[in-house]
Design a protein around this ligand. Structure first.
Ligand SMILES: [Fe+2]
Length: 225
């Protein structure tokens, strides 16, 4: 009888210990997984956008610059209200270093995913109609968009954005700016930070912007509209 009691008590103790271990490992896993942003995978090879964007530029721009923003944000949000927020919410609601790094991730994700080695040409459907309605022609829109990129002083971004009614506009933004902070939907962006083009075009920003049309995947841009 005494032996049975000891066995039952020992069994209970083992069960309690196992439960505690399981619970603590779950908590640990959860806290380790809390909003760890990850570097996006590119849907093309690093050299696939050549000669518009070289392999070397992609490797630095995506592999070093964007990776650094991801690492920075993951460190910065630890222990803050943004630990469980999604990227767009962080960009809309944060400021300072958190905003700068979150903005860079959101912007670069939209930037890299809008390109394709088989890109180029013109948009179609509803987006093409909206561009014509706003700028008269696709060619005129391209001209205005490039001028927008040239008009950004220093590092920044030029965007094609849409409001809730679908009306399009060109938005010039600073270093980490994104039209979501103005309640607009970002559709297309050209990164005018020098890191985006200096290895390939040096100071010729205009030539870089003009060449980017060759790799824009309009199906992706249309799907954002
Ligand atoms: Fe960039």
């Amino acid at each position: 009888m005494k032996n049975k009691l000891i066995i039952i008590l020992a069994g209970l103790a083992v069960l309690i210990l196992l439960s505690i271990k399981l619970l603590s490992s779950n908590i640990l896993t959860k806290s380790q997984n809390v909003m760890k942003f990850e570097l996006i995978q590119l849907p093309y090879a690093a050299d696939a956008l050549e000669p518009v964007i070289s392999k070397q530029t992609i490797e630095f721009h995506h592999g070093k610059h964007l990776q650094a923003y991801v690492n920075n944000l993951n460190n910065l949000i630890q222990g803050t209200n943004f630990e469980t927020a999604n990227l767009e919410t962080i960009v809309k609601e944060s400021e300072g270093a958190i905003f700068n790094n979150a903005g860079q991730i959101l912007n670069h994700n939209l930037y890299f995913l809008q390109f394709s080695p088989t890109g180029g040409g013109k948009p179609s459907g509803r987006l093409a109609q909206a561009i014509d309605a706003e700028w008269g022609s696709f060619e005129n829109f391209q001209k205005e968009f490039e001028a927008g990129g040239m008009g950004v002083f220093g590092s920044g971004w030029v965007w094609l954005a849409a409001d809730n009614a679908g009306k399009l506009s060109i938005q010039k933004e600073g270093p980490a700016g994104n039209p979501v902070t103005k309640g607009l939907k970002p559709l297309l962006t050209f990164d005018v930070w020098e890191h985006a083009y200096y290895l390939d075009f040096q100071n010729r920003r205009a030539d870089h912007l003009n060449s980017l049309w060759k790799i824009v995947d309009w199906k992706v841009v249309e799907s954002r509209y």
